[in-house]
Design a protein around this ligand. Structure first.
Ligand SMILES: Cc1ncc(COP(=O)(O)O)c(C=O)c1O
Length: 381
C-alpha cells in the first residue's frame, strides 16, 4: 500500500477535516464506516428478536476476535473481547493463587492499571513488585529481569511505554520468565495497529490491547491467551458468559474450554460493531506498511524538534521507537494547550506526545511543528 493510497483514505476520517489530528496514541480517528457499524447495531436493536444473539451478535464477536488474533498472529479462537483492558487483566490475575508464587511484577512505566490492580491483589496474598525506571523514559531492563525469579507468577509489561513510546525487549523478558516458570502479559494498547507484534513467535502468554488508538475503533478491548495454557487457567472473576454453555442456566457450571472462559457477563457487542471496520482497514493496509510510514512521520517530528533544540524523550533509533514521538521542553504543557486552541491535536501526559497514523501527511507534521516551535520559543522567553 503506497503513501498515496494511505492519503486517499483520509476522506474516510471526518475528524481530519477539523484540524491536524496527531492523537492516535490517546484516541485515534474513527472512520465513517465505524458510524455505519453503530447504525447497523441500532437498526438491529430497533427490530429486536432474541435470535439476533445467535445469528448476528455472536458471529460478529467471533469475527472481531479472530480478526484481532490474525493481526497479532495468534490462532483462531485465541482472542476474546470486552469493554476494556483493566477488566480483562483482572480476570487473568484472578486465575492465580499466590502461596508458592506471590509476585506480580510490573514497572513504574506501565500504564497505571497494572501496578494498581496488582497492589489490590495483595489482600489475596500477592506481592506487587513495581520496578522503577532509572531515567523515567525507558524501562530498566536489567532491574526488571532481576525482579523476575522463582517467586514470580506473572510479569506485566507494555510493548512500548505509554509516555515515551520506548519499545520493550519482549524476547528478553519472555526468556527470563520462561527460565523461572513465570508467565508474561504484554500490554500492547499503545502499539497495536502501528507496530508489528507476533504472539506466536514471541511466545507470550497473554496480550492485551484495545481498539480506540491505532486500530481506528472505539469501545472494545481484547485479550489473547496462549492456547496451551487454557486448561490450567480458570478465572475466579467470571460469569455466565465464561461457561461452556451460557444458556444452560443449570447447576455444575464449568468454564468454557476455549479462550471464551475469559468472558464474564453480557459481551460487548456494540464495541465489535464499531471497531470491526477500522480493524479491517488496518489489516488491509498491512502492519508492515503502517509501521514504515509511522516511523517516517515520527522521525520528521524528532528531526524538527532537534533542529529547534527541543528535548526528545522517545528513542531516536527506529528499532527502539514505538508509534509516537514524545517531546519534553520548558513550557511544553502550555504549548500543548496552545496547539489545541489552533485545532492541532496531540496529547499531554508529562510529555507532549505526537502520534501520527497512516492517514497523517508530511505537510501536517510540518505545520504542527512550525506552530510548536514558535510557541515553544515564546514560552521560553
Ligand atoms: C498502554 C495502555 N494500556 C491500557 C490503557 C487503557 O486500558 P483500558 O482499556 O483498561 O482503559 C491505555 C489507554 O490509554 C494504554 O495506553
Amino acid at each position: 500500500m503506497s503513501v498515496e493510497e494511505m492519503r486517499a483514505l483520509r476522506r474516510e476520517f471526518p475528524v481530519l477535516a477539523t484540524g491536524i489530528y496527531l492523537n492516535s496514541n490517546s484516541t485515534g480517528a474513527l472512520p465513517i464506516a465505524a458510524r455505519e457499524g453503530l447504525d447497523s447495531f441500532g437498526s438491529t436493536w430497533a427490530a429486536w428478536r432474541d435470535e439476533v444473539w445467535k445469528e448476528r451478535f455472536f458471529p460478529a464477536l467471533a469475527e472481531h476476535g479472530d480478526a484481532l488474533a490474525a493481526l497479532v498472529n495468534g490462532p483462531r479462537g485465541s482472542v476474546v473481547t470486552d469493554a476494556n483492558v483493566a477488566t480483562l487483566l483482572s480476570r487473568v490475575v484472578s486465575c492465580f493463587s499466590f502461596e508458592e508464587r506471590p509476585r506480580l511484577v510490573t514497572t513504574t512505566l506501565d500504564f497505571p492499571t497494572a501496578p494498581f490492580l496488582f497492589g489490590g491483589f495483595s489482600r489475596y496474598g500477592a506481592e506487587a513488585v513495581v520496578v522503577p525506571s532509572r531515567d523515567g523514559v525507558t524501562i530498566d531492563l536489567e532491574a526488571l529481569l532481576a525482579a523476575i525469579d522463582e517467586r514470580t507468577r506473572l510479569v506485566c509489561i507494555p510493548h512500548a511505554t505509554p509516555g515515551t513510546g520506548a519499545l520493550v525487549d519482549l524476547a528478553a523478558v519472555v526468556a527470563r520468565a520462561r527460565s523461572v516458570g513465570a508467565l508474561v502479559a504484554v500490554d500492547a494498547f499503545a502499539t497495536v495497529g502501528a507496530v508489528p507484534i507476533d504472539v506466536t513467535a514471541l511466545d507470550v502468554d497473554f496480550l492485551l490491547g484495545g481498539s480506540h488508538k491505532f486500530l481506528c475503533g472505539m469501545g472494545a478491548a481484547f485479550l489473547y491467551v496462549k492456547p496451551a495454557l487454557l486448561p490450567s487457567l480458570s478465572p475466579a472473576a467470571t460469569g455466565w458468559m465464561g461457561t461452556e454453555d451460557p444458556l444452560a442456566f443449570g447447576d455444575g457450571l464449568r468454564h468454557a474450554t476455549g479462550t471464551r472462559r475469559f468472558l464474564a457477563g453480557t459481551p460487548n457487542v456494540m464495541g465489535a460493531f464499531v471497531s470491526l471496520p477500522g480493524l479491517r482497514m488496518v489489516t488491509r493496509l498491512g502492519i508492515a506498511a503502517i509501521r514504515e510510514r509511522s516511523l517516517v512521520l515520527t522521525q520528521r517530528v524528532i528531526t524538527r524538534a532537534k533542529e529547534a533544540q527541543l528535548g526528545v524523550a522517545s528513542p531516536e533509533s527506529p528499532e527502539r521507537r514505538g508509534a509516537i514521538a514524545s517531546l519534553s521542553f520548558p513550557g511544553d504543557a502550555n504549548v500543548h494547550k496552545r496547539l489545541l486552541a489552533q485545532n492541532m491535536v496531540s496529547s499531554y501526559r508529562g510529555y507532549l506526545r505526537v502520534a501520527p497514523h497512516f492517514y497523517s501527511t508530511d505537510e501536517e507534521i510540518d505545520a504542527f511543528m512550525d506552530a510548536l516551535v514558535t510557541f515553544a520559543r515564546e514560552e521560553s522567553k
